[in-house]
Design a binder for this molecule. Structure first.
Ligand code: SAH
Ligand code: DHB
Ligand code: MG
Length: 221
């Protein structure tokens, strides 16, 4: 098995399940036209996130790492009526493109893009004592994942789902001698998930358009 086969199957399923609607093509075009890196989740993964949101009847979703809003659109379209997505993005240009894309998707009313460093933005949400989130998707800088978990737990309740992207990194996560700062960050995050008695956690490896990676999925309580 190789990348060609993974991509071909990913495209087959995305086509079969109609996961490449016009709006998503436009959103990805806006991202590439603005020079954003092509590191959003894949269509099949976007629908996976949306199904998780629908399964927990999410009213409030928090995303850490917006990029151009691609995963955010999948998540926001999984919100219950009256629900909201708060998504945090450090880069002003990414936040600008994301706001434009949420507008294009007709989701501006439901989505707030916070243009700030994630740690600062999360600390502010905690200080404001906002309602807990039903689903939290962690997908920003990998060295920050450990801190994002600690802060996310303060914005969660019993039953909250905490999902993180990129926990496999082509298999490097299982290499204790890695010198890659991103993998070191992910390993520290996974160890923290394991050490937390309040969490039920699994991780699923994925292959496809985005290579070989995976998600961790944890439930609080
Ligand atoms: N969730 C997106 C992809 C996110 S890529 C999708 O699937 O469509 C990771 C994003 O995290 C990038 O846009 C990057 O600018 C942002 N990021 C990196 N460090 C950050 C930080 N400290 N605070 C907030 N966002 C950060
Ligand atoms: C990177 C970040 C991501 O969120 C992703 O899905 C793939 C790659 C990166 O920073 O390299
Ligand atoms: Mg990612």
């Amino acid at each position: 098995m190789n990348q060609n086969a993974w991509s071909r199957v990913d495209e087959y399923f995305a086509g079969l399940f109609a996961l490449n609607e016009e709006i998503f093509e436009q959103v990805q075009e806006n991202c590439s036209a603005a020079g954003l890196p092509a590191i959003s989740v894949a269509p099949c993964q976007g629908m996976f996130l949306q199904i998780l949101a629908r399964s927990c009847k999410a009213q409030r979703i928090l995303e850490i790492g917006t990029l151009g809003g691609y995963s955010g659109i999948w998540l926001a379209n999984g919100l219950d009526a009256e629900g909201e997505l708060i998504t945090i993005e450090y880069e002003p240009e990414h936040a600008r493109v994301a706001r434009k894309n949420f507008e294009l998707a007709g989701l501006s009313q439901k989505v707030t893009v916070i243009n700030d460093d994630a740690k600062a933005a999360l600390a502010e949400l905690i200080a404001k004592a906002v309602e807990p989130f039903d689903l939290i998707f962690i997908d920003a800088d990998k060295p920050g994942y450990f801190d994002y978990l600690q802060l996310s737990l303060k914005l969660a309740r019993k039953g909250t789902l905490i999902v993180a992207d990129n926990v496999v990194r082509s298999g490097e996560v299982a290499n204790p001698d890695t010198v890659d700062e991103k993998v070191i960050g992910v390993r520290k995050f996974c160890q923290a998930l394991a050490d937390n008695k309040m969490l039920k956690t699994t991780a699923l490896q994925t292959v496809g358009n985005k290579g070989y990676d995976g998600f961790s999925i944890s439930m609080v309580g």
